[in-house]
Write a protein that binds this ligand. Sequence first.
Ligand code: EPU
Length: 446
Amino acid sequence: MSDPRPASLQAAAPWWRPSGGQALVIRGGRPLTGSYPISGAKNAVLPLMVSALLTPHLVTLHNVPASLDVAVLAALLQRLGVDMHWSNTAAGLSVTICADRVHPGNIDGDLVARMRASVLLLGALLARCGEARLPLPGGDAIGLRGIDFHLAGLRAMGADIDLASGLIHATARSGLRGADILLPQPSVGATESLLLAAVMARGTTVIRNAAREPEIVDLAQCLASMGGKISGAGSHAIVVEGGTTLAGAVHTVMPDRIELGTLACAAAVTNGEVLLRHGRTDLLGAALPVLQAAGVVLREVESGLIACRAKAGLAGVDIVTQPYPGFATDLQAPVMALLSVAKGVSAITETIFEQRFRHVGELSKMGADIAVHGRTARVRGVAGLRGAAVTCTDVRAAAALVIAGLGATGETILGDLDHLDRGYDRMAAKLAACGADIVRPDDRQP
Ligand code: EPU
C-alpha cells in the first residue's frame, strides 16, 4: 500500500522522502549498543496537529516525529487551507501551523483512507467551521474500529450528521453546545474528538468514562496553553468549559512511550545495552513491571533509560491488554516478539482490538511457537528465531518483526514497510546507528 501521491506529501512535509524501498533486510544476531533517541509520540502528535485547526493564531509543535502518518496528516491539513512551516534542528523536527483560513470541504479521500486519526478532523472542523465533509477513515486492519462513539458524542453536542456512500457530512450551523456525554468504553480517539470539539462549544461539556492515556493529557495541556478551560484530563471524567476563543501556543510533543517499550525489548532480545534517550520509567506505566519480570533491566540515568537483558535471561510472563493505566495494546506485539524467545510459557490476552494477532503467523514463520485460542495467544519460548521473509500487517506488528529479526539468526526480509514508516521516525537508521545490520536495499538511506 505504497503512497499513491508522494508529491502531495512532499509539498506538505518537505522532510518526508518517498521510501522507494518496500523491503527492509535485517541480518540478526548483533547486540544493539550505543544511544537511540526516542522520538515524539505518534499518537500524541496527530491530535496536537489537529488542535491547530481551532485557532487562527500560530501553533508551534516541537519534537515532532518524522513519520509517514505525520506527513499524511500534514497533507490533509494543507488541503484544508492550512499553512505549515517546518524546521529541522539538532533538537528535532518542529512545525508551526497557521490555520487562519480553513476550507472544510476540501478533504482528500485517498489520504483519509490511509489513517484512522483523520476522524479527529471531524470535531475540530465542526467547532471551527460549523461543517465537515470527510470520507470514512481508514487505518490499520486490527479490528472493527467503529466511529460510533465519536458520532454520538458530536450529535449530543448539536451536530447533524449524515452518513451516505462512505462519506460523513456533519453540520452545526449555529455552533456546537456543551453536553454531558458517557462513552460506552474509554475510547482514546473519541475522547480526543470530543475534547477538540468541546473547547469551542458553548457551555460545559463533561466526557464521562473518558480514556486516560498520557497522549490525552498532552492534548489537554496544549489546548490549555491555547486558553482552553479543561479539568480532569487523565481521569475518567473530563470537564470542559467551552466557548473560549483560542490563542496560539508552543508545545513540545511528549516522548513516544510505545517506541520506548519497543526499543527496550530490542535491547534485551539482542543482549545489547542501549541508552534510550528521553526515556523515563514513568512513561512505561504498566509495561514496566511486565518488562522487568520478563528479564528486561531498565536503569534511569539523566539523559534517559539504559535497557539490557537481566543476567538470569528472559522469562515468560502473562499479559492482558487494557485501556490506560493497563498494559497498552500497542506494546502487545513487540512484547510478544520478546516473549517468543523467553524461557517458559506466556499467555497474552488482547482485549482492545478483535484482530490484533496478525503478527503471530509472521513470527511463526521465524520459528516462534505461538498458538492462538480466541483472544489469548500462548507463547512457548524457543531457544532462538531464524530469519525469514515476513510481512508487516500493522504498525506495531512491524515493530515486533523488527525486534524478532534483530535477534534472529540469518536474514529477515520485511515487506509492506509503510506500516513501519507510519508509526516510527527513521527506526531503521536509528537502529543502524546502534550497530544493527539493517538496510533498505533499494533506498537512498537506511
Ligand atoms: N471503538 C468503537 N467505536 C468508536 C471508537 C472506538 O467501537 O467510536 C472501539 C474500537 O473498535 C476499539 C476500542 O473501542 O475496540 C478502543 O478504541 P480507541 O478508540 O481507544 O482506539 P483509537 O482511538 O482508534 C488509539 C490509537 C491506537 C491505540 C488505541 C488504544 C491513535 C491514532 N491510535 O486508537 O494506536 O491502539 O488508541 O490505545 O491514537 C497504533 O498506534 O498502532 C494504534 C493502533
